[in-house]
Design a protein around this ligand. Structure first.
Ligand code: ATP
Length: 353
C-alpha cells in the first residue's frame, strides 16, 4: 500500500496560502483514493527563514527533502531580502542544483476558452509541455565571478551529459503523449547551441517513431502565440525555458494556473511556476491552481496505481471547477478567494467520487 512522506516547503509571500490549498486537496484526494496514504511535514525555508536564522535553506530542511518521497514547494524569496552582496536569494535554485533536479517539467494546458487571450482555442486545444534543462545553460553563470570594473561575462554552459539526459527525458515524455518533440535553440548564432542541436539529433535517431522539429528561440516565441496547438513537447536550455514558460503560461490564463515539477533521478520538487508575488501576499486572493496542479504532477511522478488515479482525480476536478467561468480567483477575472478556489476543487472531487 503506497505510503508517501511529503516534505512541504511553504516559503514566502503567497507561498503559504497556495500551498495550504494544495495540501487540503491532497488530503481530500487521499481520503477518496483507496490505499493511498500521504503524510506531510512542514519545513521553514526562504527569505523569512533567512531573516530569522541566517540561512534560507537550513541543512535540516534540505536533509528532510532528500529523505522524503517528494517535495511540495510554494514560493521562495522576497525582493527586499538579499544577500549582503545585493543578490536576491534563490534557495529553490540551490535545491534544484544540490538535488540534481535536471528535468524542469512545465505543462501548459488550457482548461477553458475564456482563459486564453488567443481567440478560437477551446479547452484542451492548447496542450504542450516545456522541458527545461535545469542545471546549466545560461543560469550556470549565476555563481561565476568573471567580473572586472568594465566587463562581466555570463557563460552559457552546455555539456554532453546534461544535454543527453534532458533530451532523452523529452523524448520519453513525448512517447507517452502525441509523439512530437520540438528543439528550441539558437543554433544559428551560438556554438553552445550548435552542440545542443548535435546531441538532440543523436538522441532523435534513437526514437524514429517520434516526429521532431528544430526551431530558433525567437521563432518559437512567435509560433507559441500564433499556433500553440502545433506543439507537444518542447525541449530547451535553462534560460530559454525560463522565459518561454512564462510566455506559455500567458496563453492559458497566467502564472496562477501553470504548474511545474523539478525532477531528478531519485527526487522531485513540485511547485507553481510563479514566484512569491509579494504584492498580493496575505490578502487571500492568490490563485492556488498552479500549486494544486503541481501536487497532481507530484502524484503522477510518484508513479503507483493509486497516486496516478489520485492525480487524475485532481485534474478532472480542476477541469470541472473551471468549466464555470465565474468560478475563478481575481487574476482570472473571478471573485473567489484562495480558500474558496481550493474548496471548489475539493467539492468537485467529492461529487465525482
Ligand atoms: P520570480 O522572479 O520569483 O519568478 P516574479 O516577481 O517575477 O517572481 P511572480 O511572483 O511570479 O513574479 O508574480 C508575477 C505577477 O503575477 C505578479 O503581478 C503577481 O501578482 C502575479 N501572480 C503570480 N502568481 C499568482 C497567483 N498564484 N495568483 C495571482 N496572481 C499571481
Amino acid at each position: 500500500m503506497p505510503d508517501y512522506k511529503i516534505a512541504v516547503l511553504e516559503g514566502d509571500g503567497i507561498g503559504p496560502e497556495v500551498t495550504r490549498e494544495a495540501v487540503k486537496v491532497l488530503k481530500k484526494v487521499a481520503r477518496l483514493t483507496d490505499g493511498l496514504n500521504l503524510s506531510f511535514e512542514n519545513h521553514a525555508v526562504g527569505a523569512a527563514e533567512y531573516l530569522a536564522n541566517g540561512n534560507p535553506l537550513p541543512e535540516s530542511a534540505f536533509e528532510a527533502c532528500e529523505k522524503s518521497d517528494a517535495v511540495l514547494l510554494g514560493a521562495m524569496g522576497l525582493p527586499d531580502v538579499r544577500w549582503p552582496d545585493g543578490k536576491e536569494m534563490t534557495p529553490q535554485i540551490d535545491l534544484r542544483e544540490r538535488l540534481d533536479l535536471y528535468f524542469g517539467k512545465r505543462p501548459i494546458y488550457l482548461f477553458h476558452e475564456s482563459d486564453s487571450p488567443l481567440k478560437g482555442y477551446r479547452a484542451g486545444e492548447i496542450d504542450f509541455v516545456i522541458v527545461r534543462e535545469n542545471t546549466e545553460g545560461l543560469f550556470s553563470a549565476r555563481l561565476s565571478q568573471t567580473r572586472s570594473d568594465d566587463e562581466v561575462h555570463d557563460v552559457m554552459r552546455i555539456t554532453r551529459h546534461a544535454s543527453e539526459r534532458i533530451i532523452t527525458a523529452a523524448f520519453e515524455l513525448a512517447t507517452d503523449r502525441r509523439n512530437k518533440v520540438t528543439l528550441v535553440d539558437k543554433a544559428n548564432v551560438l556554438p553552445s547551441m550548435v552542440f545542443f542541436r548535435q546531441v538532440f539529433d543523436e538522441i532523435a535517431a534513437k526514437y524514429p517513431s517520434v516526429e521532431t522539429d528544430r526551431v530558433y528561440v525567437d521563432a518559437a516565441s512567435l509560433y507559441l502565440v500564433q499556433s500553440p496547438e502545433t506543439f507537444d513537447v518542447l525541449v530547451t536550455e535553462n534560460m530559454f525555458g525560463d522565459i518561454l514558460s512564462d510566455l506559455a503560461a500567458g496563453l492559458i490564463g497566467g502564472l496562477g494556473v501553470a504548474p511545474s515539477g523539478d525532477i531528478g533521478d531519485s527526487c522531485g520538487v513540485f511547485q507553481p511556476s510563479h514566484g512569491s508575488a509579494p504584492t498580493i501576499a496575505g490578502q487571500g486572493i492568490a490563485n492556488p491552481i498552479a500549486t494544486i496542479l503541481s501536487a497532481a504532477e507530484m502524484l503522477h511522478w510518484l508513479g503507483s496505481e493509486q497516486s496516478i488515479t489520485a492525480a487524475g482525480r485532481i485534474e478532472a476536478a480542476t477541469r470541472m471547477a473551471l468549466a464555470d467561468p465565474a468560478n475563478r480567483t481575481s487574476d482570472m477575472g473571478g471573485k473567489l478567494s484562495t480558500a474558496q478556489m481550493g474548496d471548489s476543487i475539493c467539492q468537485k472531487m467529492e461529487q465525482s467520487a
